[in-house]
Design a protein around this ligand. Structure first.
Ligand code: 13P
Ligand code: SF4
Length: 328
């Protein structure tokens, strides 16, 4: 290494990070915003943690670390930054705050919600516990801190079966995604009692549209997220979390693939799978799309919008999230 070379850990210059991920004109529009974000990160000792559904300018340009919900939770627990900017939706920022109560956690747009998180309240979980006494409550992380606080353990799409089986029981309450619940039930002997929540993005896919694609192109690989309805999962070759979906495409490089999930997934993995053509459908998550490089920069400038969780709720929710992180 020459004396002037940056250390191996130095982030790439912003234009290099964007190369191949954005049209050239867009790269030059985004680059100054990313320069500001880098300067502010250094000033604040901040880290930008990004979900796989972020647009490529955030995912490849602004993020320090990226991943699925489980990876984001682990990263939030491990970082030694003072400030975490969550480039994702509100429940992800809340999970980061639950795990790092002494850090400042910012969400660039507090309206970035989730239809699953809105489908159930803490009072609903208490009523279910009264109806099914002694049955453990496994809660998807796509929920509020209040709901996590009423739960025994959380799970994500990447570890749901493992978490359910880790409890060593015959039946569980599995909340709130009915489709993830039915997927888990199909993969285990444990009886799964579900709830009626659904993801507004994944519930729109149909098995019929995939059957038509398959009939037109028998070589097509169909890779789906387990928040999709059962007929979609039945029509798929692979089912997994967002990171598991990307990893499968990277590892197998099929000639043509459909990622049955949010549209940014294909954009973000495209360069690592140069031999793959991505086929639609995909759907946009309007909540994830509220996060932009502009509002990440504003969050770091103004320290808006800090996420707070009442200490008593955070302590109980932390137990449920920590129990999940113990499951390997
Ligand atoms: P993953 O944990 O698979 O990233 O999923 C999060 C999510 O919100 C999917 O809609
Ligand atoms: Fe929630 Fe669905 Fe958006 Fe994921 S894609 S954040 S589950 S609404």
């Amino acid at each position: 290494m020459s004396a002037t070379a940056p250390p191996a850990t130095a982030p790439l210059p912003v234009l290099d990070r964007l190369a191949g991920h954005l049209p050239e004109l867009d790269q030059h529009i985004v680059a100054p915003i990313l320069e500001d974000i880098e300067r502010l990160k250094r000033q604040r000792n901040a880290v930008v943690i990004a979900h796989n559904y972020m647009t490529p300018d955030i995912f490849h340009g602004a993020a320090d670390v990226r991943g699925d919900s489980l990876q984001l939770a682990r990263l939030a627990a491990e970082t030694d930054a003072d400030v975490i900017v969550m480039a994702g939706v509100h429940f992800m920022a809340e999970t980061a705050k639950i795990l790092s109560p002494d850090k400042t956690v910012l969400i660039p747009d507090p309206r970035a919600g989730c239809s699953l998180a809105e489908s159930i309240s803490g009072a609903d979980v208490r009523a279910l516990r009264a109806r099914y006494p002694g049955v453990p409550v496994v809660t998807y992380v796509n929920t509020s801190a209040e709901v996590k606080a009423e739960s025994d353990i959380t799970c994500t799409s990447s570890n749901a079966v493992k978490v359910v089986e880790s409890l060593g029981v015959d039946r569980v309450l599995f909340l709130p995604d009915r489709y993830l619940g039915s997927w888990v039930a199909s993969q285990t002997d444990v009886e799964v009692i579900g709830w009626e929540g659904a993801c507004e993005v994944h519930e729109r896919f149909t098995g019929e549209e995939l059957a038509q694609l398959r009939a037109a192109d028998p070589e097509l690989k169909i890779i789906a997220h387990p928040e999709c309805p059962p007929d979609v999962l039945d029509a798929s070759d692979v089912v997994g979390s967002t990171s598991q979906m990307s990893a499968w495409v990277r590892d197998h490089q099929p000639a043509r693939a459909v990622l049955v999930t949010e549209c940014s997934m294909a954009d973000n993995v495209a360069q690592e799978a140069p031999n793959t053509t991505f086929v639609r459908p995909c759907n946009m998550c309007p909540h994830m799309k509220r996060i932009t490089v502009q509002n990440i920069r504003t969050a770091l400038e103004t320290m808006q919008h800090p996420v707070e969780v009442a200490p008593e709720i955070a302590a109980r929710a932390r137990r449920a999230v920590a129990a999940m992180l113990e499951v390997r």
